[in-house]
Design a protein around this ligand. Structure first.
Ligand code: SF4
Length: 250
């Protein structure tokens, strides 16, 4: 069946569409797009809250831009990102993104399972939507935009993963946000090209510099942690101060 027909069929069947929302532009554009095709009562926004390592205003920004859609936040109750790094003595790597699996995907999937239990009207039928775009990287371009998730389809659940904005360009994303009369998170206007953790293991030098200038205290914590564990956030083994050219202040 064609993808748009599969989605129409799932809307008809009353599925719950869950929007994984990071507060970034892709999540925001995906929300605008989904709100146009899926009734609000079948939508749920979930944000994995990473606390101290997130940008200021993430949750406010999400609340302001999702209109009448239900909203939940979640956290891993056992560790924060910095605790995870300290315990392991190393930063996650782009190939082994323990940060994403343990702090975002896991808590979001638990939230979905709990929500479905509390809302039997969805009959366990769920479409988990993520704002991944093919253009972002070669690895991402190889992902399947829609798939049945056998591993999560148990205990009465029928679970699909969908990447609704897979084919959109960065320009399309900003244009959609603008057309909806919204603004992206303030950090874009302040110079960030991506909005995720303030200091992401996959960030480029320019974003790390901007983030360091905007968040000097958090930057110092990252620099101190690099020294403490003898392992750097950047894969090439250069410490943050060397990469950014910015000295930590404390
Ligand atoms: S934004 Fe970057 S550092 Fe943060 S959880 Fe995702 S991959 Fe890890």
């Amino acid at each position: 069946m064609e993808l748009s027909k599969q989605v129409d069929d799932l809307i008809e069947r009353g599925a719950l569409f869950v929007i994984n929302h990071s507060a970034g532009k892709d999540s925001q554009a995906m929300t605008i797009m989904l709100r146009r095709v899926v009734p609000a009562r079948q939508l749920l926004v979930v944000h994995a809250d990473l606390g101290e390592v997130e940008w200021d205003g993430n949750i406010d920004h999400i609340r302001k831009t999702i209109g009448d859609i239900a909203f939940e936040t979640c956290r891993n109750p056992n560790k924060t990102l910095l605790e995870m790094v300290e315990r392991r003595g190393m930063w996650p790597s782009p190939g082994q993104r323990q940060c994403t699996s343990d702090l975002k995907r896991g808590p979001i999937e638990r939230t979905i399972r709990r929500y479905l239990k509390a809302h039997p009207e969805f009959g366990g039928l769920v479409v988990n939507c993520m704002g991944i775009r093919a253009e972002e990287s070669t690895a991402r371009s190889k992902q399947k935009p829609f798939r049945f998730h056998a591993g999560n389809s148990k205990a009465g659940r029928e679970w699909y993963d969908w990447l609704p904005i897979f084919d959109m360009s960065k320009e399309d994303v900003f244009a959609l946000i603008d057309e909806a009369g919204q603004k992206p998170h303030w950090a874009y206007a302040a110079g960030m090209s991506r909005l995720s953790c303030v200091f992401c293991i996959m960030a480029n030098r320019s974003d790390l510099r901007t983030a360091a200038n905007l968040n000097p205290d958090l930057y110092s914590r990252y620099v101190r942690l690099e020294r403490q564990i003898g392992h750097t956030l950047s894969m090439d083994g250069r410490g943050l101060e060397e990469v950014t050219g910015i000295q930590a202040t404390t």
